[in-house]
Design a protein around this ligand. Structure first.
Ligand SMILES: *Cc1c(COP(=O)(O)O)cnc(C)c1O
Length: 374
C-alpha cells in the first residue's frame, strides 16, 4: 500500500532524539526555545510558541484572544474538525462560511455576509497547502475589527503574493503530526508578530502560571502565581530535538512535494480526475494532492483495491453528528463544500515517494476513472 502521507525520518533524526534523551532536560529545556526560534526564522515570524499538538495550538490561539461564551468565530467547513472544535472548547460558536468552488478555500465574499456584532475572529485554513485569499481576509478583519487566525497546519513553506505563511494573520497555527510537512510525533506551534499575544500564549500553554522573573525577584525564587485557567500543553525537548532535525530537511521535503505535485498535474491533465484550481500569486506547500472525480466512492474503492492509500479530506465539519446535535447544523448550510465532498479524493503525496510510485498512482487513477467524462 502506498500511504497518502507519512513521515520521512533518517538516522540523524534518531540520533538527535537520542541526544535529547541523554541530556539534562526532557522538557522545559533549551531545545524547546531553539525549535521555536528556528521555525520562527524559517517563517519570518517574530514570535513562536511550541505546544503539544496543532489542536492545542488552535486552542491556545482562542484562549489568547479570550474567546468566550456567545462569541462567534468564522471557520470554513472544508477542514479537520479541530479548526472548529477550538472555538467550542472556549464555549464560543463556530460560524461556518462556505468555500470557493474552485479552490475549496474560505470565500472572503461570504465571510463579510456572516459577520454579526458577536463576531470576534476569522480562522482561515490553507487547505491542502494552498494559502487562502489572505489579503482579502486581512482587509475584512481590519475593517470590522476582528482577529485573523491562520490554520496553516497544511502550509508551512507556502506563500501568498510573496509573503510567507506565518506572517499573513495575527496568529498562525502549525501542526507537526507525522503526516504533515515535518514531524515531532505530536506537536504544534503558534506564530505571531504580536508580543502581547505571544505572552498570553505562553501563559495558557502552562497552566496560566506566571513565571515573571521580576515577581520572583521581589518575592523569592520559589514564587509563582496562577493568574488564569490554562492547560499543560507543553511540548518536550525530546520532541523538539526531532523537530529541529526535521526542520533542516524541510526545504528538501517541500521541493520533493512540489515535484510530485507537478508530476501528478502533468499526468492527470485532461483526465477524469481533475486537480483543484491554483490561486494566482500563491506558492503551494502541497500537503495534499486533491482531485475531483464524478463517482468518488467507486474510484476510492478501486484505488484502495489496487494498493493506493487514497483518502478523503474532509467530511465538512458541520455535517459531523456532534455538530448537528449541538449546533443544529446540517446539509444546505454550505452547499459548495457539501457538493465538493461527494467528489474529492486525496492521492498519496509525501517526500518518500519515488517517481515510479507516482506513476503507479496515476495508472491506477486512469484505470479507475475509465469511462468517466474527461
Ligand atoms: C492536522 C490538522 C490540525 C490538528 O493538528 P494536530 O497536530 O493533529 O492536533 C488542525 N487543522 C488542520 C487543518 C489539520 O490538518
Amino acid at each position: 500500500m502506498i500511504p497518502y502521507g507519512r513521515q520521512c525520518l533518517d538516522e540523524d533524526d534518531v540520533a538527535a532524539v537520542a541526544a535529547a534523551l541523554r541530556s539534562d532536560f526532557l522538557t522545559c529545556g533549551p531545545r524547546v526555545g531553539a525549535f521555536e526560534r528556528a521555525v520562527a526564522e524559517f517563517c519570518g515570524a517574530p514570535h513562536a510558541v511550541a505546544v503539544s499538538s496543532g489542536t492545542a495550538a488552535l486552542h491556545c490561539a482562542m484562549m489568547a484572544l479570550d474567546i468566550r461564551t456567545g462569541d462567534e468565530v468564522i471557520v470554513p467547513p472544508m477542514t479537520f474538525a479541530a479548526t472548529a472544535n477550538c472555538v467550542l472548547y472556549q464555549r464560543g460558536t463556530p460560524v461556518f462560511v462556505d468555500v470557493d468552488p474552485e479552490t475549496l478555500l474560505l470565500d472572503p465574499a461570504q465571510v463579510e455576509q456572516k459577520i454579526t456584532p458577536r463576531t470576534r475572529a476569522i480562522i482561515g485554513v490553507d487547505y491542502a497547502g494552498q494559502p487562502c485569499a489572505w489579503a482579502a481576509l486581512r482587509d475584512i478583519a481590519d475593517r470590522r475589527g476582528l482577529a485573523l487566525v491562520a490554520d496553516s497546519c497544511h502550509a508551512i513553506g507556502a506563500e501568498d503574493q510573496g509573503r510567507k505563511v506565518g506572517t499573513l494573520a495575527d496568529m498562525t497555527v502549525l501542526s507537526f503530526h507525522p503526516v504533515k510537512h515535518l514531524t515531532t510525533g505530536e506537536g504544534g506551534m503558534v506564530l505571531t508578530a504580536d508580543q502581547a499575544l505571544a505572552e498570553r500564549l505562553r501563559l495558557v500553554r502552562s497552566h496560566g502560571i506566571t513565571t515573571d522573573h521580576r515577581q520572583r525577584e521581589q518575592a523569592g525564587a520559589w514564587f509563582y502565581e496562577m493568574t488564569e485557567l490554562g492547560f499543560n500543553y507543553r511540548i518536550t525537548d525530546i520532541q523538539c530535538a526531532l523537530g529541529l532535525s526535521q526542520l533542516g530537511k524541510l526545504p528538501g521535503f517541500l521541493a520533493r512535494r512540489r515535484a510530485i505535485a507537478a508530476r501528478y498535474g502533468e499526468a492527470l491533465a485532461g483526465s477524469a480526475a481533475r486537480p483543484l484550481a491554483l490561486r494566482p500569486g500563491a506558492l503551494h506547500a502541497w500537503h495534499l494532492f486533491v482531485v475531483r472525480v464524478d463517482d468518488r466512492d467507486q474510484v476510492f474503492s478501486a484505488l484502495r483495491a489496487a494498493g493506493i492509500g487514497c483518502n478523503v479530506h474532509y467530511i465538512p465539519v458541520h455535517l459531523h453528528p456532534y455538530y448537528r446535535k449541538t449546533l443544529g447544523t446540517g446539509p444546505g448550510l454550505c452547499p459548495v463544500a457539501e457538493a465538493a465532498f461527494g467528489q474529492i479524493l486525496t492521492l498519496p503525496l509525501h517526500p518518500g515517494m519515488s517517481d515510479a510510485d507516482c506513476d503507479t498512482v496515476v495508472a491506477a487513477v486512469h484505470a479507475a476513472t475509465q469511462g468517466d467524462r474527461p
